[in-house]
Ligand binder design. Structure first.
Ligand SMILES: C[S@@+](CC[C@H](N)C(=O)[O-])C[C@H]1O[C@@H](n2cnc3c(N)ncnc32)[C@H](O)[C@@H]1O
Length: 234
């Protein structure tokens, strides 16, 4: 007797959540003057120690460039809007592709120089051709006359800060963006919550804390130091 085809298939395969549907469910009907995004880029080398989804280190899941392009960001962007998009140096062409797919026009970028405590370049980064001590924050605009706000004219396109845990971006970016770009503000793929911002991402909850140890200088360590200073002041 032939076996029914369905009988050979597992009954309930876990399906990855549809990021686009999840995005619409959380943000539909909203409009943002500024969008900041730090996507979980999927590198070609997914087993190397820097890869976010490295099996043993298991930091976070990643998305292919088409899936990132497919997020309906244009649906939540105000008529006049700014986009800040983090992209690793090796994936610059993908960054520009995503920026265009989301409805923005590339204008310029901000360079993050990763430095050591003594201010010298932090050479712990990786790179196939050169050792990376910088990362790019692409800047794009949407709409007519989408200039930066007045402080933008004197804001240099460079920041130098120490690295914290894997993939963590410098908090200094928020002050720059808040002074140069209009609200309301949305952060995509955010971790934790931030006052004055709407956050979206699968780690965008208040209780978020990094569960891995990359460097001693992490945002969790910073929080502990700040709490200790407050307790001492009491
Ligand atoms: C590069 S990290 C963002 C780091 C963050 N900007 C910071 O400074 O800490 C990418 C984030 O995207 C999240 N992520 C991965 N896949 C996702 C998905 N399908 N939907 C929403 N968030 C996702 C990851 O869990 C991770 O928090």
């Amino acid at each position: 007797m032939p076996i029914a085809h369905e009988r050979l298939l597992p009954l309930a395969l876990p399906q990855p959540p549809d990021a686009g549907a999840e995005f619409r469910r959380a943000l539909a009907g909203r409009r943002f003057g500024t969008v900041l995004a730090d996507p979980p880029w999927q590198f070609t080398n997914r087993t190397g120690k820097v890869a976010p989804e490295h099996r043993r280190l298991s930091r976070y899941s990643t998305m292919g460039v088409e899936e990132i392009c497919g997020l309906p960001v244009a649906e939540v962007a105000a008529e006049l809007s700014h986009l800040y998009l983090w992209v690793p140096n090796a994936l610059l062409p993908w960054g520009l592709r995503v920026l265009g797919a989301w409805g923005y026009e590339y204008k310029t970028n901000i360079v993050w120089h990763k430095v050591r405590k003594d201010g010298g370049p932090d050479g712990r980064g990786v790179g196939f051709y050169f050792r990376n001590v910088t990362e790019l924050l692409l800047f794009g605009v949407r709409g007519k006359h989408a200039r930066t706000l007045p402080p933008g004219r004197s804001q240099v396109n460079f920041l130098a800060t120490r690295k914290r845990e894997h993939s963590r971006k410098p908090d200094e970016q928020y002050a720059i963006i808040e002074s140069c770009s209009p609200g309301p503000r949305l952060e995509l793929f955010s971790r934790g919550v931030r006052e004055g911002w709407t956050g979206w991402g699968d780690q965008a909850e208040e209780s978020y804390a990094p569960s891995w140890k990359t460097y001693r200088h992490t945002s969790a360590a910073e929080r502990r130091t700040a709490a200790a200073a407050l307790a001492e002041a009491d």
